[in-house]
Design a protein around this ligand. Structure first.
Ligand code: PEP
Ligand code: MN
Length: 645
């Protein structure tokens, strides 16, 4: 019907599928009534695109595309795009089996999720090292498998693309080949993910048209890579076009990553340029790393030493929350050391006696959070477990604990502390009432508050503002400017937004995150209204403890814990708290939190909430805990986990 309608009006049409969407592209000089077209059966959306690239354009697909690389064990599945930062690393070229094996292990240890390396090197000089060819690719595949990482490697001809397809997880189209259209068509038709470098002299539009070639030939998984362009400047190898990142992110739904190594060409400048790219909104980086850059057969001067790469990854991790993202990390292969933990999710209470549920079950069991869709807790949940993970909305914090305990939720996400407004005491109290719940993970989420209202509302029409009390507390300075507003507390910030969406009032506004405004179809009247931009909420991931075993969801990774949370009280005698803290101090154990809370029903007696950093030697930490138990009263170990920066 749609096809006939368009053809009758003089358009030529093309058909594509992008994920689950069927897209019909039409071009020509005909005239069409867009609203009428939108009413035809089966039409979800009509987008008039002014862009020559249809499939790559955000006008065609407003939501971010998330590209999936790898997936078949043991090469793990890695995602690029959305709220994650994915880092690809490895040498410029595969030089030997040992070199790629050694580099893969090093970059994996620092947190890279995809291994890079060239087997076919398009070098400027025909006399320079050209790569090891198919042998190099075989070494690389082995290295990827040894480290559980998917691999990406450059393809230089359509014939080689066919030969390489079973060995690589992702094809790289190099800068020099960005406009090699026969190559793009062949690689696109193989359906594998593609990393498309920007040509050294290509405009943004030419680059996106090359992406269009790939999409039009059949692949949906295209990642764009800015790697510096040719300008009059000769100090650096190329000029990193930072502004291309926000420009392309607005024009296209495809993920954009940055290669600061080839852009800058000078080792000492690579990390700064990479951090700038992340700050500008890049979805990841690709970085050249060599165990001994001086001996590298290509691009040694721009290859990072493994220590420099490690430092860069830590800096990215610290920067990520500022741009509302999380550095993607995948589990290290059999690192162990998380103490006693169950690999499998506890079964529902009803069949608890029958042993743990099977591994496959955990993927279908939801993770619980409190609030409406768009709540900050839901964003924290998606950061840890992925956007598509099944989730359960609970009406209170207590019901999260109940759902985790009875097995209807695999895990729960609960806020425990905000950097401006302090602890969420209700959850600390719940930990005491639920001894079979353990903390297994942590996430710090940057909280940017917005004033959200109806399309027709503005700052002058508002009389009532709804939010969670924490939302009010974090926006105190802003609210003080409007003393006439009446504040109404809600269970969570997203519930406040949902209530306006239902009532459609111009008098009522809500304080919540931008995501809640989008989900409920409301407008952001003012953004960034929190008193201080350094506003973070610390969420913890909770699961059920059965005996000594604690379930650690696979998405939390298997790196050993570096943080633990404890609760205890002390005898009412001089020096009793000091005696406990002395045990920690003598072992050089750092406290990252110490807070006292009144014990319910025992006036003037207090519990101490303590977070500590676990030292490298874990055996020593076990001794410390045993010692603490002898000095403290009511000692409770809430959990050991990997702290987020
Ligand atoms: C590379 O990534 O190895 C490479 C050759 O990069 P570019 O194509 O961007 O020069
Ligand atoms: Mn290189």
């Amino acid at each position: 019907m749609v096809r006939i309608y368009l053809r009758d009006r003089g358009f030529s049409i093309r058909e594509q599928s992008l994920g689950e969407d069927e897209i019909i592209g039409a071009s020509g000089k005909g005239v069409v009534d867009i609203r009428e077209l939108g009413l035809l059966p089966g039409v979800e959306r009509v987008a008039a695109t002014s862009k020559p690239y249809e499939l790559a354009s955000r006008e065609t697909r407003p939501e971010d595309t998330i590209v999936t690389v790898g997936g078949k064990e043991p090469g793990g599945l890695v995602k690029i795009g959305g709220t994650r930062i994915s880092v690809i690393a490895g040498p410029c070229a595969v030089e030997s089996r040992d070199q790629i094996m050694e580099t893969a292990a090093m970059v994996r240890e620092s947190g890279a999720v995809i291994l890079r390396g060239g087997a076919f090197k398009p070098r400027t000089s025909p006399y320079a090292f050209q790569g090891l060819g198919m042998k190099g690719l075989e070494y690389m595949k082995a290295a990827g498998e040894a480290q559980g990482m998917p691999i990406v490697t450059e393809v230089v001809s359509p014939e080689l693309a066919v030969q390489m397809q079973d060995l690589t997880d992702m094809f790289q189209i190099g800068a020099r080949n960005m406009q090699n259209y026969e190559l793009l068509k062949k690689v696109g038709s193989l359906g594998k993910p593609v990393l498309l470098k920007r040509g050294p002299s290509a405009t943004i539009e030419e680059w996106l048209l090359s992406a269009e070639y790939l999409l039009a030939s059949g692949t949906r998984d295209v990642v764009l890579c800015e790697r510096g362009i040719r300008t009059f400047e000769t100090y650096t190898r190329n000029t990193l076009d930072i502004s291309a990142i926000p420009v392309v992110k607005a024009l296209s739904h495809l993920p954009v990553i940055v290669d600061p190594s080839h852009a800058v060409g000078i080792r000492a400048k690579v990390s700064s340029a990479g951090l700038a790219a992340i700050a500008a909104g890049a979805d990841g980086l690709t970085i050249e790393v060599h165990p001994r850059p001086d001996e590298a057969l290509s691009d040694g001067p721009q290859s990072l030493y493994p220590e420099q790469f490690e430092r860069l990854m830590r800096d990215i991790e610290a920067l990520a929350p500022v741009v509302g993202k999380e550095l993607l990390r995948t589990p290290l292969p059999s690192h162990g050391g998380r103490g006693r933990h169950a690999e499998k999710a506890p079964a529902k209470a009803a069949d608890a006696g029958g042993g743990p549920a099977s591994e496959g079950d955990t993927r279908d069991i939801p993770v619980a959070f409190s609030g409406e869709s768009g709540a900050f807790a839901e964003q924290a949940l998606m950061r840890v477990f992925g956007e598509e993970s099944p989730r359960m909305r609970c009406s209170s914090f207590r019901s999260i604990f109940d759902a985790v305990l009875d097995g209807s939720a695999m895990a729960g996400v609960v806020p425990v502390e905000n950097s401006l407004a302090g602890s969420v005491h209700e959850n600390y109290d719940l930990f005491l009432r639920y001894p079979d719940i353990a903390i297994v993970g942590e996430l710090k989420l940057r909280i940017v508050h917005c004033l959200i209202g109806d399309e027709k509302a503005d700052l002058d029409t508002i009389k009532i503002v709804r939010s969670h009390p924490q939302g009010f507390a974090q926006c105190r300075d802003f609210l003080d400017k409007y003393p006439q507003w009446h504040l109404e507390a809600c269970n969570d910030t997203a519930t406040a937004v949902a209530s306006i969406a239902r009532e459609g009032a111009t008098k009522v506004a809500a304080i919540a995150g931008e995501a809640a405004a989008k989900i409920h179809g409301l407008r952001v009247l003012k953004t960034g209204i929190e008193t201080n931009p350094l506003n973070y909420t610390r969420f913890v991931i909770i699961t059920r403890r059965i005996g000594d075993e604690v379930f650690v969801p696979p998405s939390l990774g298997s790196e050993p814990p570096n943080k633990a949370s404890l609760v205890f009280s002390v005898p009412d005698t001089p020096g009793s708290l000091f005696a406990c803290l002395k045990i920690l101090s003598e072992r050089g154990i750092n406290l990252s939190k110490l807070e006292s809370r009144p014990i319910q029903g025992q006036p003037w007696r207090y519990l101490f909430y303590v977070d500590v950093n676990i030292p490298g030697s874990e055996g020593m930490f076990d001794t410390v805990i045993e010692e603490l138990k002898t000095k403290a009263e009511d000692f409770r170990f809430l959990g050991a986990y990997r702290g987020s920066l």
